[in-house]
Structure formats: C-alpha cells, structure tokens
Design a protein around this ligand. Structure first.
Ligand code: TYM
Length: 320
C-alpha cells in the first residue's frame, strides 16, 4: 500500500445538471485517483454555489441526489472520503460573511468569471460576485492543502490563498494556504464545438449519457470542412484511448470523419459501460446514498464547527 501524505485534499462540484466529461476528466477523476493518497479527503456537492443559477427547487433536489450517485458510480469511496452537501454545513456561509468583511471589492472585480459576465452584459447577482469568497470558506474551513480542479478554477484558489493570508495577517496564524492541483493534459476539456466544454455553452457530452446519446453527440463534434487534421475530435478521443493507439487510426482514416466519429462513439461507450452499470446498481439503493451524505455531513460539521470556535475567538465576538 502506498503511504498516505499527511495532507488534506478537498474539492467540490455544483449540482447544476448532469456532470459532463469536462468535469470528469478535469476534476472528478482526480478525486478518485487521489482518495488513497491523502490522510483526509473532502468532496462535497456545492449546492449553495448552484443557487446562483438553480431556481427550480424540485430540479435542484434531483440534481443533488443524482450528482451524489454519479460520484459514487465513478468510484468515490465513502470509507476513504468525507462526502457531504455544502448546505448541511452552515459554517461555510458563516465564514464567507467574515471573509466578506475583509475582502476589498477590487479583488472580486478582478475575478475572470465576474469580468466575463459583465463584459457579456449578463445580469449579475451579489451571489455571483461573491462566489470566490464562499469558495474560499469551503476550502479554508477544513485547512485543505490540495484542491484538484480544472484550469478555470485556478484564480479562485489564488483568491482563497489571499483570503487566508489576509485573515492570518490580521488575527494571527489561523488558516492553511491551499494549492490548486491541475493536470496539464486535462486542464481544459473542449466541447463538441471546440470551445471549452461548459453547460452554459450547450456543447457538453454528459458523463452518464446513453449509448444513443453518445452516438449522436459524437457525430456533432466539429471537424474542418477542408479535411485537415481534426484536432478537436482527436483531443476528445485521446481521453478515451491511448494516443499511440489512436494515431495510426487517424492516419488510416485521414479525412474520413464519419468513420472516426463512429470509432469515437464506440470508444466512449466502451469506457462508460462499467460506470453506467455501477450507477444503475447504486441508484437502486437511494437510502444508502442519503446515509452516506448524512454521515459525511456529521464528520464535516464537527471539523468546521471546531474551526469556527477558534475563528470567533480570534475575531473577538466571544465575550465570556
Ligand atoms: P463546477 O461544477 O462548475 O465544475 C466542477 C469541476 O469541473 C471542472 N471543469 C472542467 N475541467 C476541465 N475542462 C472543462 N471544460 C471543465 N469544466 C469544468 C472545474 O474546473 C471544476 O473543478 N467552483 C467550483 C465548485 C466549487 C469548488 C469549491 C471547487 C465550490 N467550492 C471549493 C473546489 C473547492 C466549480 O467550478 O464547479
């Protein structure tokens, strides 16, 4: 058995619909791969972050449960991982408020996500603007060391580090400084249109797609009409088949995109079949899934509430 690092790993994902292969290869797969490597591992469902876009209660409830099932189906092991819903630990939002009082507006005005939304003229809520601060508290409340994420979250981890530093400078050493863990090869997975895969671009391949959905989506992966090398197709395909095996196939069928897309669909389906089967099994036992989340929340709550005792003392709000 490999020796575990005496460090804490933590990450989360939003229940905003079906997770896609960008979420999987960019982040979720790393949670499973690293669950044996760290002394403690925290993985959570970021349901309060999701509220910025999720306004349909019934849909949100379903998405939370389905995401929990997805996590277990990809191999997250509740024996090794503290697995919980963010909203069950009210200390996250409490700490976010405290961080709000320390954070200068320009720090958040410089955040890419906010700047992009503003540039596109989108309606921005206070929750959207404050997103990185709730994320800072998700991470810092457990003194996480390592945070596996996709490239788009790098700036948020930097903000978390700065937030920890700001608090520590003012009140003394309290929070650990976290580091992002981003795999170069999968830091930004492209969607079927070649832009970053994202639910908001409607260019995703949902992770738990049916065989038929995969066949249809594979046909829609963009290729150049001049017959040149299909970079995007190849980048997506590489996630499912070894590059050395793939190159001769792309040479043999150069310019024959229909065939290459059929091979892509086959390879994705081969990869997904065992995950789908596992998911079907887990789905039969929803009460067990709820139990797992309940137990995870208990452990997380205990750690978070102890941390808050220290934080409140340092702030000076405890008067006895
Ligand atoms: P979410 O649900 O938007 O994304 C979950 C994870 O998927 C990664 N990701 C991608 N990686 C590579 N290529 C893509 N096309 C792609 N699309 C998404 C994201 O980088 C992310 O790692 N803000 C977080 C949720 C969160 C969180 C946290 C994460 C809330 N609090 C504390 C870590 C620590 C998010 O982006 O969720």
């Amino acid at each position: 058995m490999t020796k575990k690092m005496n460090k804490r790993m933590l990450s989360g994902i939003k229940p905003t619909g079906r997770p896609h292969i960008g979420n999987y290869f960019g982040a979720m797969r790393q949670f499973v791969e690293l669950q044996d490597s760290f002394e403690s591992v925290f993985v959570f469902i970021a349901d309060y972050h999701a509220l910025n876009t999720a306004k349909n209660p019934e849909e949100l409830t379903n998405n939370i449960l389905n995401l929990a099932i997805d996590y277990l189906a990809i191999g997250l092991d509740p024996q090794k991982v503290i697995f919980y819903q963010q909203s069950k630990i009210s200390e996250h939002t409490e700490l976010a408020w405290i961080f709000n009082t320390l954070t200068p507006m320009p720090v958040l005005e410089r955040a890419h996500v906010y700047k992009d939304a503003k540039a596109k003229g989108k309606e921005i809520s206070v929750g959207d603007f404050d997103y990185p601060i709730l994320m800072s508290s998700d991470i810092l409340i457990y003194d996480a060391d390592v945070v596996p994420v996709g490239r788009d979250q790098k700036q948020h981890i930097e903000i978390a580090r700065d937030t920890a530093q700001r608090f520590n400078n003012l009140y003394g050493d309290t929070f650990n400084l976290p580091e992002e863990y981003i795999l170069e090869s999968t830091q930004t997975i492209p969607g079927i249109d070649g832009k970053k895969m994202s639910k908001s671009y409607k260019n995703t391949i949902p992770l738990f797609s049916t065989e038929e959905e995969i066949e249809n989506l594979s046909k829609r992966v963009v290729t150049n009409s001049d017959g040149s090398f299909p970079e995007n197709l190849f980048t997506i395909h590489k996630l499912f088949k070894n590059e050395d095996e793939l190159k001769p196939i792309y040479e043999k069928y150069a310019g024959q995109f229909k065939i290459l897309k059929e091979i892509l669909a086959e390879d994705i389906n081969t990869f997904l079949t065992p995950l789908r089967n596992r998911r079907l099994e887990i789905e039969k036992n929803k009460s067990e899934v709820l139990d797992i989340l309940e137990k995870g929340a208990e452990v997380a709550k205990n750690i978070a509430s102890n941390k808050m005792v220290d934080v409140r003392k340092k702030l000076g709000v405890i008067i006895n």
